[in-house]
Design a protein around this ligand. Structure first.
Ligand code: MG
Length: 248
C-alpha cells in the first residue's frame, strides 16, 4: 500500500530533508585526496545529531555506520573506514535521517580532485537521470514513467542502470511501498497521487548493470569493475508538481 502524507507530515519531512541536504553540503567540502572515509562519516554523524535528528542508516539491519561511502566501482552501501580518498576517485555519499518519526534520504556522487572526462560524464548523466525522473512525479502519471525517464537518460548515454536496487516510498519508514525501479515501461505501474513521497535514486554504471555483494554483506560493486554513480532525492508529489524535500 502506498501511504499518502498530509501537509503537516510533508512539512516535517521537509525539515528532515533540509538536514540531509545540509549534511551533504558539509561533507562535500571535506572530500579531498588523503581523507579517510570514516572521517566523513564522523562529521556527518555529529552534524545530524546536533541538528536534533538521528542518522537513520546506523544500525539499520545492522549497518555499522551513519552514512554510506561508495568509491568508484562501489554502487551503494559502502561502509566508511580507514580507506583514504585518492585523486581521480569518485565517491557516492548516501545519507538518511529520522526527525520526529519521519525520514528523508538523499545521495550524490562527487569527484575527488581531478577526475577523468568519462567519470565526469557519468556523474552528470546520473544527476540528469534523477532530474528527469523527478520531473515525472506528477499526480496522474504512472509510477514507471519515473523509471522509464531514468532508464532512457542513462542508456542513451551508453550506460546501464542497476536492476537489483531500486528507489522507494518514504515517510514514517525509511523504505515504504512502492519500489521504484530505475527501468520500466511508461504508462505502467500504480497511478501517482498527491501526497505520495518517493526516494528516487538512479544507480548508473559505465559498464553492465550486473552487481555483486562483497563478503561484508553490504558493499555492492559492479560485476565488471566499471565505475558507478548514484544520485537520490526525497520528493513529494504536490498539487503544484514535484517538490524536492532534500534541499537547503
Ligand atoms: Mg534510498
Amino acid at each position: 500500500m502506498i501511504i499518502r502524507k498530509s501537509r503537516d507530515e510533508i512539512a516535517t519531512m521537509r525539515q528532515a530533508g533540509r538536514i540531509v541536504a545540509q549534511t551533504l553540503e558539509l561533507i562535500e567540502k571535506e572530500i579531498k585526496p588523503g581523507v579517510e572515509t570514516i572521517i566523513l562519516n564522523n562529521i556527518a554523524e555529529r552534524f545530524i545529531r546536533k541538528s536534533g535528528s538521528r542518522p537513520a542508516f546506523k544500525g539499520y539491519k545492522g549497518f555499522p555506520a551513519s552514512i554510506c561511502t561508495s568509491l568508484n566501482e562501489v554502487v551503494v552501501h559502502g561502509i566508511p573506514g580507514s580507506q583514504k580518498l585518492k585523486d581521480g576517485d569518485i565517491i557516492s555519499i548516501d545519507i538518511g535521517v529520522e526527525l520526529k518519526g519521519y525520514y528523508a534520504d538523499a545521495a550524490a556522487t562527487y569527484p575527488v580532485g581531478e577526475i577523468s572526462k568519462e567519470a565526469q560524464r557519468l556523474i552528470e548523466t546520473t544527476r540528469l537521470a534523477l532530474e528527469k525522473g523527478i520531473s515525472k512525479c506528477i499526480d496522474g502519471n504512472h509510477l514507471y514513467d519515473i523509471s522509464h525517464a531514468i532508464q532512457i537518460t542513462a542508456e542513451s548515454a551508453g550506460y546501464s542502470v542497476v536492476r537489483e536496487f531500486v528507489g522507494h516510498g518514504i515517510g514514517r519508514e525509511m523504505h515504504e511501498d512502492p519500489q521504484i525501479p530505475n527501468f520500466g515501461l511508461p504508462g505502467r505501474g500504480p497511478v501517482i497521487k498527491e501526497g505520495m513521497v518517493f526516494a528516487i535514486e538512479p544507480m548508473v554504471n559505465i559498464g553492465g548493470y550486473k552487481v555483486n555483494i562483497l563478503p561484508d554483506h553490504w558493499t555492492v560493486v559492479t560485476a565488471d569493475g566499471s565505475l558507478s554513480a548514484h544520485f537520490e532525492h526525497t520528493v513529494a508529489v504536490t498539487k503544484d508538481g514535484p517538490e524536492i524535500l532534500t534541499v537547503l
